[in-house]
Design a protein around this ligand. Sequence first.
Ligand SMILES: Cc1ncc(COP(=O)(O)O)c(C=O)c1O
Length: 445
Amino acid sequence: MNKKRIKKLLSLSTRGHHLATTPSRIDHALFMEAKQNLYDPEDNPSGSFPLNVAENQIMAPIIMAKLMTVLKNKEMPDWVMGYTHYLGHPEVRVTIARFMEQHLCACKIHPDTLGLSAGATAIVEVTAFLLANPGDVVVIPAPAYPMYTNDFGIKAGISRYDLQTHDNLQEIGTKAPVTPDLLERTWATLKTEGRCFKILLISSPDNPTGCRYEEDQLRALARWCIEHQVHMIVNEIYGLSLIDTTPTDHPSSAQGQDEYVSFAKIMEEFVSDYLHLWYAFSKDFGMSGLRCGVVYSLNKGFISGLQNINVPHMVSNMSQWMIKEMLSDDEFIKNYIEQNKKQITRSYQWVVAALKLLDVPFIPSRGGIFVWIDLSSYLDANKDDAEIALWMNIYKQTGVLLTPGKEFKHLQKGLFRMVYTAVSFDHLKVAVERLSAYLGQFKIR
Ligand SMILES: Cc1ncc(COP(=O)(O)O)c(C=O)c1O
């Protein structure tokens, strides 16, 4: 770093200095680069495929067309131009509660138990701030979403504990491997270290494994958390991005694991201050840019606190209004959800068929928009450096940008996440072809 830049950074707070010198994720700069150089069969045939950020570009055009129709045909209400309720406009919360009841949760959701913030990221930050003290621990089964570290850590000062539930992905099957026994052992370990296990965070469907939590499992974990006064949060941001697991070659169809159960059902059963659910429109509806996240909690104190902390995190009224109008069209939403499932399943199947041909291990996904793959046999050494070298090499040689597993904090080296909805199906075919050709060269190993 040159002297001028160092002097500039000295003007910052300690945390400002840390932020100015620590990128929030390893693959963001390359993501921006790849986005500027997107593959196009006519205009840019040697272009890139940014398959590292969880975006649903397959369905985004359908949502965009719907929002354009709203803008064209509906009269914008006066409230859009002014301030509104800190938890989200009351009419919008009524509509979102109804949508969640019908499509995600399959149980009663009262609008007063919901709060809206600018995307799931903001929801994570405000929830962390309200539920735990600085130094407390959030336990998250590994591998898990890289950005949780900052979202829990930067403002709320909560540290992330990555619970290693399995050594390699062949062990995991399609059921998320978290049990009360494992939590009990983690509780004891943290206690001996003088640390407080305050929050258990899981995602269902899970990012990046695509596993889902079963109803009994959710109930057992909730019971354990309530007994230990640990807050349990289930992130259901991929709750409507389900893979069709009915084809007989999907391992979960053989085990009768088809039904998706929302944590809301368990929350309704236990009625506890310790249970919470997150949702956002960023993934299932391909609208990460509109920034709308939702927290559902029966903890009245939490909702009161949220009103006061949420002011800088509020969702723009324009986004609130457009989402409300979109959700009010029942027929559109019903068809959209069905279509989304079909499209993401098609892209998923295309990717895993290629992985099977290459003998590359992966976790059979039951939801989400990515696949978690094991390229450890392609590493030169069982080290982080070798994983990063392989990652860069794949990108340089094929234009396919994945996310390296290191970011997800699982201890095994050589794991990568591929987001198969980040480009259209036709472009995905080209990306998979290039990746297969690259990996195919090493097949005799
Ligand atoms: C599990 C999980 N939670 C939260 C987020 C953040 O979503 P948002 O764009 O709504 O802030 C993501 C985005 O990738 C995610 O995968």
